[in-house]
Design a protein around this ligand. Structure first.
Ligand SMILES: Cc1cc2nc3c(=O)[nH]c(=O)nc-3n(C[C@H](O)[C@H](O)[C@H](O)COP(=O)(O)O)c2cc1C
Length: 199
């Protein structure tokens, strides 16, 4: 196979066991995230994705907020597992918060009436593109990450703690850090069930 994309794609995996020993300086991680999001495609080049990067104590605060938001929603006997999960995310070096700016979506709906009903979906697709780009860029730098979804239970606290504009809708959280364990096995469904090729 030619090119470097496939080896790079296979390098990106879900990593839950993360630590604080980043293989590159924080400034370089920040630059990677910025560039990955900048170059990710979006519908009509609307650039609807917004990102907040949290390092260190700010990142730990996110997972404490999430822990406390989940506490009243989780049966007491199940909370130990939730608590451990939050601690495992907090053990990392940072988190990326992914948002989609709903003002951008509304503006597109006004300007391109023909696609008005499609823009919310396109925005979600763009969010996925940005998330994948960041995840892959982090993996290429030797940084482990996973993709988490604790919206809407953390939305209000996230907004107030990090001065998030009202129009930014939280879509995903990506805790990252040093890879502290091998990746889990991954199974793949048969190609025959996924692909059709005609020539
Ligand atoms: C749209 C999407 C949503 C996901 N949501 C979560 C999630 O909420 N929590 C989680 O731990 N992993 C989540 N994942 C990670 C998947 O479980 C993971 O990517 C999948 O099992 C394949 O494993 P890999 O990432 O190692 O290739 C999500 C992945 C995608 C693409």
């Amino acid at each position: 196979m030619t090119g470097n994309a496939i080896p790079l794609f296979t390098k990106r995996r879900t990593q839950y066991v993360i630590g604080k020993n980043l293989p590159v300086p924080e400034a370089q991680v920040e630059a990677l995230i910025r560039e990955a999001v900048r170059h990710a495609p979006s519908s009509f080049n609307s650039q609807s994705s917004r990102v907040v990067i949290l390092f260190g104590a700010q990142h730990e605060k996110l997972w404490n907020i999430t822990r406390e938001a989940l506490r009243p929603l989780t049966p007491p006997e199940a909370f130990a597992k939730t608590d451990a999960k939050m601690s495992s995310f907090a053990a990392g070096a940072g988190s990326v918060l992914f948002f989609e700016d709903q003002d951008v979506v509304k503006k597109l709906q006004q300007n391109f009436a023909l696609y008005a009903d499609k823009f919310p979906m396109f925005s979600e697709h763009s969010a996925g593109m940005a998330q994948y780009a960041v995840w892959t860029a982090l993996a290429d730098a030797g940084i482990g990450a996973s993709l988490q979804h604790y919206s809407p239970v953390i939305d209000a606290q996230v907004a107030s703690n990090w001065s998030i504009p009202d129009s930014w809708a939280l879509r995903a959280q990506m805790p990252f850090g040093s890879n502290e364990a091998p990746f889990a096995e991954k199974s793949f469904m048969p190609d025959e069930e996924r692909f059709k090729v005609f020539r």
